[in-house]
Structures are given as structure tokens and as C-alpha cells.
Design a protein around this ligand. Structure first.
Ligand code: NZQ
Ligand code: ZN
Length: 395
């Protein structure tokens, strides 16, 4: 059965070599005059990218104030600082130069700066209020991973409560995404692999939902996942391969702009929720955290729909059909974990270099359950005791 859907992708994509030099003109085209230039911990400065962006803004006659220092699993405290700065500087646009963390931080600043009630921006992530507006955001992408450059969502960590929360609203979708695959060539191999894992997972979450599917969507989803795996392998050997960088970069955006979920129930997303709890306490890289728990989640739920897992095994992992759907499903899960190991991603929680205590596993499961009424996931509704078992199996 094909589910009804709304597909909305308002982001203008400017893709290719030197694309970052068009950034100033893209902001000016939107009629914006003062930008908050937002970036991370240093890579964009070191590579000279920020210099080129500043130049491009000056050439287009766009003023700017700057706020760097975004860290992976972006923090609420910096978001609050960004909101103050935006208001003080009367910024009318937020330009994120970086990856998912910087773009997510920019979206959160956008909500806060446009909030006429002047309340706490965390309310939106805690879901006690709904934002009515968001300052326009644009992205210059430096890592293919989160897909935030075209997505409606942003994920922020409240460091005081060790809580990581995602929030999605179409009003935060970036106005434009500048994507030059060359910019990702300076990434450490580990970050490239984390990114490829996250890209795969955004389509896998949609593939393994509890609702309908669409032949066309399945075909695009399978092609996207096979493309990411093929090119991730190339990048492990040749990090400077432009075509492989380009394939992965475009896949990253399409994997999370809704395309690979059209006609489904929107997806399962339990693996993401399980990972967010690990990231909130242990500050691990998001992609690595997903790889660490996915196999245990999959083995816990595959009996809900063995045929769907078997289709994944055959069409995505290219595994030969076994005697039963269940056997094919398990072979597909094992093949995915083999791929993670091949690109040096962990397939256990200990593989992340952390050792959560029993009390912490329980805490993570309880916090995860508390985010949603009626259970987490759609393939199988998970509650705290289920999630504890999955975490334990993943140890
Ligand atoms: O801070 P710098 O120095 O730039 O270093 C970053 C960071 O340490 C580095 N990096 C980025 N581009 C680089 C580079 N290093 C060298 N050369 C470059 N070109 O890479 C590290 C990771 O960056 P980050 O932005 O954290 O990566 P990613 O894009 O994976 O974002 C992860 C965040 O996105 C959230 C995750 O939970 C996590 O907080 N997600 C956001 C989503 C969304 N908004 O739709 C969906 C995802 O599922 C995800 O949850
Ligand atoms: Zn993700």
C-alpha cells in the first residue's frame, strides 16, 4: 500500500567546484543585508574556506558578524549566544559553514532570533511551544552526513541536562545549500565513514518503517544505498576522488530531504533515537553511534516483517536468497555489519570506546522512552525495557 505524502524541498542547491564563491550572491538575491556567519571548531578557517566566504559576502555587499565554535552534538549554550548576537547585530540571515552540527545550531538560532515571545529556545526542542518563524538559513556544506542542508530537522544538546533532542519544522529548511565536493576532501577517514553511515541510515530508517512502500521509492532508495556503499569503499582508498565525493555528497542530501520516504509512513527512526541518548551522555560521533546499535536493533525487530528485511538483503546488500525470508533477513543484517567493519565503523557500543554502566543503560532507555508517547519506532513500538535489551545486546 502506498501512503499519502507531502514532499517539500524548497532548498536551492548549488553544486560543484568553486560553488562557495557564489555564496554572497545567493544571500544578496534573497534581499538579506546582514549575515550571522556561523561555523565550527577550526577546519573551515584552516582550509581557507571561511576566507573565501568572507570575500564573497564583501563582494556582494553583504555585512556579517561571526560566531564560531560549534562542536559536534551542538550545544544549547552556543545557540543562546547566537540568538543574542543575531538580535544585537540585527542579522537577517544565518549562514552556516560546516556540517550537520553547524547547520543545526544555525536553525536553532534562527528559531530563537525570530521568536517574538522572547522565550527559551529549548522550549521548541522540549516540545512545550511551537515556533512560528525562523530567520532564513543558508548552508555551505563541508561534510556529507546529516543531510541538514535540505532537511527540516535540527538536533541540539542541552549540556546541563545531558539531553539531546531533535525538532523538525519546514520553516527551518535552508534557503540554499552550497555543495562543493572538494570541500570534503580534508575530512579525516573516520568522519567520512561516520558520514556515509549516517547517510545510509537516513534511508534505512525510512525503508524499515511500519507502513506502506512504493516501488519507485524503493528503487531510488536501493540505488542510493548501493551508491553510498560503493563510493565509501572508494573513499577509504582514495579520499581525494572527486566523483566519489560528489556521489556521496548528493546522496547525503537526497537521503534526508524526504525523497526516499515518499509513500512510506515516514520511517522507523528508533536507531536514531537510541543513538541520540548515547551521544547525549558520551558525546560520540553520530554516525559511529548508529553503526554501534543498528545490528542489535535489527535483530530485535526483524521478525515483525521478515520479508522487508529479506528485500533489503537482496536488493541493497546483494545477498543471495536463502531458504526462508528470516534466514535471508539475518544474512542481510550480517552483511550490513560487515560493511560497517570494512569502513572501520564500530558494531558494538564498546567499539565506540565507551563503557556505559548498567545504570546508564537504564537511564538512556528511560530517557528515550520519555520523548515519545506510545513507544519509539514504527516497525515495532519500543519501550524502555525493549531498548534496554537492545543496548545490552549491542554492548
Ligand atoms: O568543527 P570543525 O573543525 O569544522 O570539525 C568538524 C567536526 O569535528 C569536522 N569537519 C567538518 N567538515 C570538515 C571537517 N574536518 C575537516 N574537513 C572538513 N571539510 O567534522 C566533525 C563533525 O562535524 P559535524 O558537523 O558534527 O558532522 P555531521 O554533519 O555528521 O553532524 C552531526 C550532527 O548532526 C546531527 C547529529 O545528531 C549530530 O549532532 N543530525 C542532524 C540531522 C538533521 N539536522 O537533519 C539528522 C541526523 O540524523 C543527525 O542526527
Ligand atoms: Zn542521522
Amino acid at each position: 500500500m502506498i501512503e499519502d505524502f507531502t514532499y517539500y524541498t524548497p532548498t536551492k542547491v548549488v553544486f560543484g567546484r568553486g560553488a562557495e564563491n557564489k555564496t554572497g550572491a545567493l544571500v544578496a538575491e534573497l534581499g538579506c543585508k546582514k549575515v550571522l556567519l556561523h561555523y565550527g571548531g577550526g577546519s573551515a578557517e584552516r582550509t581557507g574556506l571561511l576566507g573565501r566566504i568572507r570575500e564573497s559576502l564583501r563582494e556582494a555587499g553583504v555585512g556579517f558578524a561571526e560566531l564560531g565554535g560549534v562542536v559536534p552534538n551542538p550545544r544549547l549554550s552556543l545557540v543562546r549566544e547566537g540568538i543574542e548576537l543575531c538580535l544585537r547585530e540585527r542579522a537577517d540571515f544565518i549562514l552556516a559553514v560546516g556540517g550537520g552540527s553547524v547547520i543545526d545550531s544555525a536553525k536553532a538560532i534562527g528559531y530563537g532570533a525570530a521568536d517574538e515571545e522572547r522565550g527559551d529556545v529549548w522550549d521548541f526542542y522540549a516540545r512545550t511551544r511551537v515556533p512560528r518563524a525562523c530567520l532564513p538559513v543558508g548552508a555551505v556544506l563541508t561534510i556529507s552526513a546529516a543531510g541538514s542542508e535540505m532537511s527540516a530537522s535540527s538536533v541540539i544538546t542541552n549540556e546541563e541536562t545531558e539531553t539531546k533532542r531533535g525538532y523538525g519544522n519546514d520553516i527551518s529548511r535552508p534557503k540554499f545549500a552550497v555543495m562543493n565536493p572538494e570541500l570534503t576532501m580534508t575530512l579525516p577517514a573516520y568522519q567520512t565513514a561516520c558520514g556515509c553511515t549516517d547517510i545510509l541510515m537516513h534511508t534505512m530508517e525510512r525503508w524499515f518503517g511500519g507502513g506502506g512502500n512504493m516501488e519507485l521509492t524503493d528503487g531510488m532508495a536501493a540505488a542510493l544505498m548501493r551508491t553510498v556503499m560503493r563510493n565509501a569503499r572508494i573513499l577509504m582508498e582514495k579520499p581525494g576522488d572527486y566523483d566519489a565525493r560528489a556521489e556521496v555528497m548528493w546522496a547525503g542530501s537526497l537521503s534526508h530531504n524526504g525523497l526516499t520516504g515518499c509513500g512510506t509512513d515516514g520511517g522507523d527512526w528508533a536507531t536514531h533515537q537510541l543513538e541520540h541518548e548515547i551521544g547525549a551522555i558520551f558525546d560520540v560521533a553520530h554516525g559511529a553511534g548508529l553503526a554501534a546499535v543498528w545490528g542489535s536493533w535489527a535483530r530485535y525487530v526483524y521478525k515483525e516483517n521478515p520479508a522487508r528485511f529479506a528485500k533489503f538483503a537482496e536488493e541493497v546488500m546483494c545477498v543471495a536468497r536463502r531458504a526462508t525470508d528470516e534466514e535471508t533477513a539475518l544474512a542481510g543484517i550480517a552483511a550490513m555489519e560487515d560493511f560497517y567493519r570494512e569502513i572501520k565503523m564500530p558494531t558494538t557500543i564498546r567499539g565506540l570506546g565507551i563503557e556505559p554502566t548498567e545504570a546508564q543503560l537504564k537511564e538512556m532507555a528511560e530517557k528515550c522512552e520519555s520523548k515519545f508517547e506510545g513507544g519509539v519506532g514504527t516497525m515495532k513500538k519500543l519501550f524502555a525495557p525493549d531498548m534496554e535489551k537492545i543496548y545490552r545486546a549491542a554492548m
